[in-house]
Write a protein that binds this ligand. Structure first.
Ligand SMILES: *[C@@H]1O[C@H](CO)[C@@H](O)[C@H](O)[C@H]1NC(C)=O
Ligand SMILES: *[C@@H]1O[C@H](CO)[C@@H](O)[C@H](O)[C@H]1NC(C)=O
Ligand SMILES: *[C@@H]1O[C@H](CO)[C@@H](O)[C@H](O)[C@H]1NC(C)=O
Ligand SMILES: *[C@@H]1O[C@H](CO)[C@@H](O)[C@H](O)[C@H]1NC(C)=O
Ligand SMILES: *[C@@H]1O[C@H](CO)[C@@H](O)[C@H](O)[C@H]1NC(C)=O
Ligand SMILES: *[C@@H]1O[C@H](CO)[C@@H](O)[C@H](O)[C@H]1NC(C)=O
Ligand SMILES: *[C@@H]1O[C@H](CO)[C@@H](O)[C@H](O)[C@H]1NC(C)=O
Ligand SMILES: *[C@@H]1O[C@H](CO)[C@@H](O)[C@H](O)[C@H]1NC(C)=O
Ligand SMILES: *[C@@H]1O[C@H](CO)[C@@H](O)[C@H](O)[C@H]1NC(C)=O
Ligand SMILES: *[C@@H]1O[C@H](CO)[C@@H](O)[C@H](O)[C@H]1NC(C)=O
Ligand SMILES: *[C@@H]1O[C@H](CO)[C@@H](O)[C@H](O)[C@H]1NC(C)=O
Ligand SMILES: *[C@@H]1O[C@H](CO)[C@@H](O)[C@H](O)[C@H]1NC(C)=O
Length: 546
């Protein structure tokens, strides 16, 4: 029997669609599938938005940025109504894009579609709260991927809408000036700076707008002036934000490398340089980047969702990134799992840029080594931060020395800035951590195998050293009254000017005397100076694996 014409046409369409999707490796496909199956469950087709899966969880509302990421997943999957839903999403999100050119958030998108009008009497414009300036960068770069990879699945009017959205987005993003109107977008804010740079460069080329390409090139050069000092991101070794910087750079490498845009010409090299040091800091036995972390959303990557974990999953597989098998969407910071379809779509191209030694260092521990480097993030940094990280099979010690204008690093957040990080593998395989919680503007840190010395050059008798210490794993001691109770690592105070006996408190999920940090509970060990001491505050440790 001859197949019907419809059948042949259907087949033709199907194979054309398959060709249009990006080819995914087995690892990238599993990342894609696990993220999409979660997102499918929270997609609301009546609203054409994902339900709000962010902080705090919300009763009813939807969420904008993750919905745009999901639309990339829909276009890549391209089954059933996927493309139709993606079109509705794009029309809705761009429909709500800010159109008033005089406001600071011009060209930005909503945080969530039900929100009151930003700038109305009841809803003051509060940067990073009622509106988020980085949403231009996140959504703008996602729109570029949609246009480049899936444009031919979209009606012409939607393709044009994307370009119009990017035009306004890019113009609105020029309103951002570090230090003005509460904004902090300086070249050292690597991830956000790169997204703006890439969006402006791409959009300028597409629209023949030399203002945009010139801005993109100027911003690219300002980024490189910092990066090239030591081939390091100013926003150094953040398990979440290094992943965003790599995302933006991958877009530049993929779509702009054949143009004369400065970011396009440099993206591949910068990506390689980032992985050069990240692969030296990665400890495959621990499934963690050794410290220091400029900005992190947790203390053990096995127990939260970081964007770098998604990249590594796409490159070498999930089991090399997460030790535990619970669904990723049940972990803390799981909202970033909504980016996974986008990472998957870019990952094959991304992998093609990486030298072989990088991949092998991610897979197998290369042996004990020490990384030394430096990075510079003005205006927070008065001088470059010096990084030393000793990485051994089962114990890592990573620090930076800094002298800054603020407490808590560039983002002025001691809860996410971890300038001194000790991690070890405990009996049973879980990860212990013992990290400095920053309370001072300057730190001098010296690392050697099994040893760490910390000094506050600007401190005085009122200074104290607070450490975030992991709770012991189930089955080990429940209470910590001193270092003897710590599982798997002998920690000794061997010198310094502090009182060597710490004050110990517990910062717990439902009790204790202090708050959990990024959903991690911990023991707070605080070392104080003797009263009226005139010494420079310091503490010296020796560590022994047990
Ligand atoms: C644009 O915003 C400005 C400043 O808030 C306001 O005065 C003006 O009325 C707005 N324009 C429109 C068309 O809403
Ligand atoms: C772009 O901004 C202009 C105002 O400059 C506005 O008229 C237009 O509707 C905006 N386009 C989109 C897609 O928001
Ligand atoms: C940009 O310029 C090129 C060649 O100069 C032209 O083909 C293209 O149509 C222009 N695009 C726009 C959006 O003006
Ligand atoms: C470029 O910027 C100048 C100065 O701000 C402005 O006059 C001009 O209209 C802009 N050009 C485009 C194409 O937006
Ligand atoms: C980075 O700086 C460190 C010293 O902080 C130096 O040993 C290393 O060679 C530098 N690397 C590059 C690529 O500049
Ligand atoms: C690291 O720990 C593993 C068990 O988790 C053990 O087999 C190995 O010998 C340890 N390596 C070193 C260098 O201590
Ligand atoms: C980092 O090292 C450089 C070169 O040795 C030095 O000039 C600078 O003061 C150091 N920075 C800090 C914060 O200690
Ligand atoms: C930190 O930087 C400031 C400003 O440059 C400088 O005055 C001060 O001496 C530096 N402090 C240390 C401990 O290096
Ligand atoms: C820590 O300080 C002690 C005492 O000054 C010194 O002997 C040791 O070498 C230092 N360790 C490091 C890692 O700098
Ligand atoms: C110690 O340093 C703090 C912070 O710089 C300052 O407020 C305080 O006055 C200093 N105390 C003494 C006793 O010097
Ligand atoms: C740690 O405990 C000290 C009291 O010993 C307290 O002042 C400080 O706020 C606590 N820090 C954190 C991060 O919980
Ligand atoms: C610290 O100095 C204050 C006044 O300078 C004094 O009252 C107090 O007794 C001193 N404390 C100790 C422990 O020496």
């Amino acid at each position: 029997m001859l197949p019907s014409i419809n059948w042949i046409l259907g087949l033709g369409l199907l194979s054309a669609n398959v060709v249009r999707s990006v080819e995914l490796s087995e690892h990238a496909q599993s990342l894609f599938d696990q993220s999409m199956s979660f997102q499918d469950q929270i997609y609301d087709p009546e609203a054409s938005y994902l339900r709000y899966f962010y902080y705090p969880l919300a009763a009813g509302p939807h969420e904008t940025r993750s919905t745009v990421w999901y639309s990339i997943g829909l276009l890549q999957r391209n089954q059933g109504d996927d493309v139709k839903e993606a079109v509705k999403i794009l029309e809705n999100v761009i429909g709500d894009q800010e159109k008033n050119t005089t406001v600071q958030w011009y060209g930005d998108y909503t945080v969530y579609p039900e929100q009151p009008t930003v700038g109305s009497a009841a809803y003051a414009p509060v940067i990073y709260n009622s509106w988020d300036p980085n949403w231009r960068g996140f959504i703008g770069t996602a729109l570029i991927i949609i246009y480049e990879e899936f444009g031919n699945l979209l009606p012409t009017n939607v393709q044009n809408l994307i370009l119009e959205s990017l035009r306004n987005n890019t113009i609105g993003d020029t309103y951002r000036v570090g230090g003005v109107d509460g904004d902090n977008l300086y070249p050292a804010y690597s991830n956000a700076w790169l997204m703006r740079t890439v969006a402006s460069s791409w959009t300028g080329l597409k629209l023949n707008d030399s203002n945009m390409t010139t801005s993109g090139d100027t911003w690219a050069q300002e980024f490189l002036d910092l990066f090239d000092r030591n081939n390091t991101l100013s926003e150094f070794n953040g398990p979440t934000y290094a992943g965003v910087s790599l995302y933006a750079l991958t877009i530049a490498a993929k779509y702009l490398s054949s143009t004369d845009s400065i970011i396009g010409q440099n993206a591949k090299r910068v990506i390689q340089n980032i992985w050069d040091y990240e692969s030296l800091l990665w400890n495959p036995n621990m499934r963690n980047f050794a410290g220091p972390w400029d900005r992190s959303y947790g203390y053990d990557m096995n127990n939260y969702v970081a964007i770098m974990s998604e990249w590594i999953w796409a490159l070498i597989g999930k089991e090399r990134v997460w030790r535990y098998s619970s669904p990723i969407a049940t972990m803390t910071h799981a909202d970033d799992f909504e980016l996974a379809p986008v990472i998957a779509v870019l990952s094959e191209f991304h992998k093609s840029l990486l030298p072989k030694p990088v991949i092998s260092r991610l897979k197998t521990f290369v042996g004990e080594h020490t990384y030394t480097g430096h990075t510079y993030a003005p205006p927070a940094d008065y001088e470059p931060r010096n990084i030393t990280t000793w990485v051994s099979a089962n114990l890592t010690i990573g620090t930076d020395s800094f002298n800054q204008s603020v407490v808590g690093g560039y983002s002025e957040d001691s809860r996410s800035f971890s300038p001194s990080v000790v991690q070890w593998i405990r009996p049973g395989g879980s990860i212990g951590y013992f990290n400095l919680y920053p309370t001072e503007t300057a730190l001098k840190a010296d690392v050697a195998p099994y040893a760490l010395n910390l000094t506050y050059p600007l401190g005085n008798t009122t200074s104290s050293f607070t450490f975030v210490l992991a709770s012991n794993p189930l089955g080990s001691k429940r209470d910590i009254a001193g270092f003897d109770d710590v599982d798997g690592l002998k920690i000794e105070v061997v010198g310094g000017t502090v009182d060597p006996v710490p004050t110990i408190s517990f910062c717990g999920l439902v009790g204790g005397t202090c708050d959990i940090i990024h959903d991690f509970e911990f023991w707070n060990l605080t070392f104080s100076m003797p009263a009226n001491s005139s010494d420079v505050p310091s503490i010296q440790f020796k560590f022994t694996l047990e």
